[in-house]
Design a protein around this ligand. Sequence first.
Ligand code: PLP
Length: 369
Amino acid sequence: MEVPFNDLYAQYLSIREEIDEAIAAVIRESAFVRGRFVEQFEREFAQAIEIEHCISCANGTDALYIAIKALGLEPGDEVITTAHSWISTAETITQAGGRVVFCDTEPDSFLIDPTQIEAKITSQTRGIIPVHLYGQPADMDEILAIARKHNLWVIEDCAQAHLAEYKGRKVGTMGDVGTFSFYPGKNLGAMGDAGAIVTNNGNLAEWMTLFARHGGKGNHQIEGINSRLDGLQAAILSVKLPYLSEWTAKRQSIARQYDTLLSGLSGIQIPFAKSDRSHVYHLYVIKSDRRDGLRHFLTQQGIQTVINYPLALPNCRAYEYLKATKESKNNFLNATANQSKILSLPIFPEMDEEAVVYVANAIKKIALT
Ligand SMILES: *Cc1c(COP(=O)(O)O)cnc(C)c1O
């Protein structure tokens, strides 16, 4: 049996007619960049996550960059973010003119450790960017309390957590701004690059809209960038959005099956899901001290796995320059320890039970030997 890590073609086949019609409609109207399909998706997505403003853009990295620019950084300003994420979260801080300050994660949830944030705050700190990593919301109450106390802004990186909820609130609605990616493999994925920024702050929404589109037309108000969503992606996302709750429930159900089948196996740690929030399982990440051997065995059994991510960000070459500062490697003990243990198992809404059982049985075989 072959179990792919994800199967985007299976998702397409499940809604083929609607997708084909949506693509044809965009072509018929030549509504290729922005236009009514984009505006419609922005309205629908804002409604889905219960927020006032949704500004679409070219991808999730731009969404972070635009949000940071909107909140404003002066040279030397610092932004605190997690040591365990995709690099977009950190590189956009630098792009926007700030200095990256990494904070370690909790050992088991992989989320930024709120008890370690305050020690990172200096007179230069302006904001915090928590990531709802793998689909599990970060500790927003603690993070927002720290931000309030020190007068910092908060951007939620929701690229992996569409529709996830923290104590009944949707992610993206708690900080000043929330950013989303619709990269094809994300929980809500386009057929190319796409992203969005959400906020309840009208002034920020207006500025971000201008900035993402060359500062307006005619009498350009500011110098901006070109980060637009195209009509084909918007129309495809509008077709997929109504299915997102169902797909999310499917991911959660697969995660529960894995939890049951894998719990108690020696040397295998199932993901730690906090009880006061919903985890939307963009990724199902286990930990094992024998990760590389396990991964090799699964590959031999036809099971595709991924390591998200092989190096904690502070340990990447791109951030070697931080080691000259007070940020030493030892500050990221948990993120560093996890980088050699984590393994992402296949999980996607179209995955059937037989495949889940097959993956779990393969892991059992090696865990017992
Ligand atoms: C995917 C991702 C991004 C970037 O999104 P793109 O659309 O690929 O630019 C940012 N942050 C996190 C945590 C991501 O997983």
